[in-house]
Design a protein around this ligand. Structure first.
Ligand SMILES: *Cc1c(COP(=O)(O)O)cnc(C)c1O
Length: 418
């Protein structure tokens, strides 16, 4: 435990320690340049384009987008009406970015997670002299590559969705893959992974323990790649590609982003990689005209705590006595990513927290008004537009849900209606 009275913004931290909701605006926006820029995003985008023929062949349900794993941006006017009643009014149109419906693994992790494993596979295949950038990457499905990748293993610690992404893509390529799952992980995710030949190790403890165990199990093995959710640049750049791909979607929807038409984006945050990567990408492209907010549960607000105190990854939720227990399983991370907390300090506009009970009514309302189901973690952002309450385009970034089994989806929905 830490003496809260010694911390920066101790009044806010005191509220957080009591599981109260907070809304914090970041005074450090724009205070430092980002060490990364458009080159890193372009590089990741080009790599994903090289892999498109492979993805298309390996996952035929990506045919509509020709092997590019991308999600729709949808205006949700009926949900806007419902949200206005639930949280208060706000000016401007409301959109849903449906990373909840990304193909292959059904969550935002289909961006960063899959990207990191593809990058690894490309490096190994090129070093073996078996692949060139100009090749048709669908050759990676041939047995000779499976044999090559079979000599290597991939490990990751996860609350569920990252494990799902890493497990599915690694198994498809032929890597030996082990997913270290925290207690929050849903049974169906473990079952699905095991059905694909992934080794799933379960821990009765939280996400930090699962990551630490994965790191330990991988250490010292040159043929093992550990996907480090607390500090991976590859994950981060994989997520950032979303920002480039949204440009044509804005054109198609008639969305203008400029001085007079600001963009507000609200993203649920766990360890920070996914929202951080998206935020970095959007900020690199839209600059001062985009304002990004992170949303977290009151029981596990690791990034809010990191940024509010300025201690970044040097403080964790347990330090202020929080139990970390939340129905937003994808956000159940006790300590922010050291990479992302530092990078977000001058980028994120603000952070807010909400109570678990608020997640389900939003989930049910989205289903009722727009016919779209997303998982509880995904609705953490929904109080944002009314909190910010500024004129502009508002995007709720939905982060997961399309692969949740129907029975489980019904349980969530019914909780929201009760
Ligand atoms: C992982 C995840 C997030 C947050 O991503 P982080 O990289 O952990 O911050 C949000 N929502 C869902 C559904 C997720 O699976």
């Amino acid at each position: 435990m830490i003496d809260i009275s010694t911390l920066k913004n101790k009044d806010i931290v005191e509220k957080m320690a009591n599981y109260e909701k907070v809304f914090w605006l970041n005074p450090n926006v724009g205070s430092a340049p980002c060490p990364f820029g458009i080159e890193e995003i372009n590089d990741a985008e080009a790599r994903l384009a090289r892999f498109a023929p492979f993805i298309l062949k390996a996952f035929p349900d990506t045919a509509e987008t020709m092997g590019i794993i991308e999600s729709p941006l949808k205006e949700i006017p009926e949900m806007k009406k419902a949200l206005t009643k639930m949280t208060g009014d706000f000016p401007g149109k409301l959109y849903l970015k449906m990373d909840s419906h990304l193909k292959v693994s059904g969550s935002v992790k289909a961006r960063g997670g899959i990207y990191e494993v593809l990058k690894l596979a490309e490096k190994i295949a090129m070093e073996a002299g078996m692949l060139k950038e100009t090749d048709d990457y669908s050759i990676l499905l041939e047995d000779r590559f499976r044999e090559l990748f079979g000599k290597y293993s991939v490990q990751v610690g996860s609350t569920g969705n990252l494990g799902l992404s890493i497990g599915i893509i690694s198994a498809k390529l032929g890597f030996k893959v082990t997913v270290h799952m925290s207690a929050d992980a849903r049974q169906w995710k473990k079952d699905l992974l095991r059905s694909k030949g992934v080794t799933v190790i379960e821990y009765p403890q939280d996400y930090q323990v699962a990551v630490a165990e994965g790191r330990k199990a991988s250490a010292g093995d040159p043929l093992c790649h550990f996907v480090d959710d607390e500090g991976s640049e590859d994950l981060f750049f994989g997520y950032s590609v979303a920002a480039k791909r949204i440009i044509p979607q804005f054109e198609e929807a008639g969305i203008v982003v400029d001085e007079n038409n600001p963009l507000y984006v609200y993203i649920p945050c766990g360890v920070g990689g996914a929202p951080g990567g998206v935020a970095f990408g959007l900020k690199t492209i839209f600059g001062d005209n985009v304002h990004i907010y992170f949303a977290e549960p009151t029981h596990s607000p690791c990034m809010t705590l990191a940024l509010v105190t300025g201690l970044n990854a040097k403080i964790c939720c347990a330090d202020i006595g929080l139990d970390g227990k939340t129905a937003a399983d994808g956000l159940a991370c006790g300590r922010a990513s050291y990479l992302v907390a530092d990078l977000m300090t001058p980028i994120v506009e603000g952070c807010y927290t909400l109570q678990d009970e608020e997640l389900y009514p939003f989930l049910a309302a989205l289903k009722d008004t727009e016919g779209i189901f997303i998982e509880p973690s995904s609705t953490a952002s929904f109080i944002g537009p009314a909190l910010v309450n500024k004129p502009g385009t508002h995007i709720l970034w939905a982060t997961g849900g399309s692969m949740v089994p129907q029975e489980e989806a019904d349980v969530y929905y019914n909780k929201g209606k009760a």
